[in-house]
Design a protein around this ligand. Structure first.
Ligand SMILES: [Zn+2]
Length: 267
C-alpha cells in the first residue's frame, strides 16, 4: 500500500447514533467517535439480504471502523463490532431510552467537533442502560452529565438571578435561565417548574456523584415523574424542538408498541 492510499484511510472506534437509507443498498450512518466527534459515513451494501457483515450498522453498536476518505462522504471499508449491547436491542423499553440518549447527544453536537469525554459518556450510558434496574435514573444521570459537557449544566445550588445559595425547599426551576430561581427572583417569571425538596435533592445527588453511587439510590415514581417533566422541558427549551424519542417512550408506556416501533424507522 502506497503512502497516498494510506493517508486516505483512518481507523476509529465509534457508536452509531442514527442511520438512514441511501440509494439501493447503502446506508448513511451518523457516528459519534472520540476524536472525530459526530460524523456521517457511507456503509455500502449493508441492506442487501445476504450482507453478512452488517451488524455494525445497528443503532447504538460500539464498533471499530476502518474508513476511507471519500469525495463527499467517507466510506466504511472494514468494521468489527466491539459491543452490540444486546440487552438494549432485545428490550423495547431499553431501546427507547437508548434512543433518547442518542437523540439528545445528536441534537446537542455539531459535526466534526472533537469531544472525547462525551464519547466516553455515550459509551457508559449504553452499559448503564444494558443492565440498570432503574432506567430513568440512568437516563437522568446521562442527561445531567451531557448538559454539563455541552455548556448547559443546570444550576441546582444557587439562584441564577441573585446568586444566593438555595436550600432544599420547594423552589422554581427556570428552563430559560438554566437553573433555580429564589422566590424573589422567580416572582412573575413565566415557564418555571416547581421542584420539590425531594426532587431537588435527587437532582443534586445525580449531578454531583459518580454513577456507581447514583445507581444505588431508590427514587420513587412520583419523584421520577417530576424530574422527567422538568428535564424534558429544559432540554426541549434548549433545542427548540420536540424529541422523537420522547414520543417513542410515551407510546410504549401507553402500550402502543406498534406505533412506538414506527417512530424508530429511519428519519
Ligand atoms: Zn434570587
Amino acid at each position: 500500500m502506497g503512502s497516498a492510499s494510506r493517508a486516505r484511510l483512518y481507523r476509529t472506534e465509534a457508536i452509531v447514533l442514527r442511520r438512514q437509507d441511501f440509494g439501493e443498498a447503502d446506508k448513511i450512518l451518523t457516528l459519534y467517535a472520540p476524536e472525530l466527534g459526530k460524523a456521517r459515513v457511507l456503509a455500502k451494501g449493508v441492506r442487501k439480504p445476504k450482507s453478512r457483515k452488517s451488524g455494525y450498522v445497528e443503532l447504538f453498536t460500539h464498533t471499530n471502523l476502518l474508513i476511507a476518505k471519500g469525495r463527499n462522504l467517507d466510506i466504511v471499508t472494514q468494521a468489527e463490532t466491539i459491543h452490540s449491547f444486546l440487552p438494549i436491542r432485545r428490550d423495547l423499553v431499553r431501546t427507547s431510552y437508548a434512543y433518547y440518549a442518542a437523540e439528545i447527544l445528536d441534537r446537542f453536537t455539531a459535526e466534526g467537533e472533537e469531544n472525547p469525554p462525551l464519547f466516553d459518556l455515550l459509551l457508559s450510558v449504553m452499559f448503564w442502560l444494558s443492565d440498570a434496574d432503574d432506567l430513568d435514573l440512568a437516563l437522568r444521570c446521562f442527561e445531567l452529565r451531557l448538559l454539563g459537557y455541552v455548556g448547559y449544566r443546570p444550576q441546582l445550588f444557587r439562584c441564577v438571578g441573585c446568586g444566593q445559595s438555595m436550600e432544599s425547599e420547594t423552589n422554581l426551576f427556570s428552563p430559560g435561565h438554566g437553573g433555580l430561581l429564589c422566590g424573589r427572583c422567580g416572582e412573575g417569571e413565566r415557564g418555571c417548574n416547581e421542584v420539590s425538596p425531594r426532587g431537588l435533592a435527587t437532582l443534586r445527588y445525580l449531578q454531583t456523584k459518580e454513577y456507581a453511587a447514583c445507581r444505588r439510590l431508590t427514587v420513587d415514581r412520583a419523584t421520577h415523574g417530576e424530574l422527567e417533566i422538568l428535564m424534558r422541558r429544559y432540554v426541549t427549551y434548549l433545542l427548540e424542538r420536540r424529541l422523537k424519542s420522547v414520543d417513542f417512550i410515551d407510546a410504549l408506556r401507553r402500550e402502543e408498541a406498534a406505533s412506538a416501533v414506527s417512530v424508530l424507522e429511519e428519519r
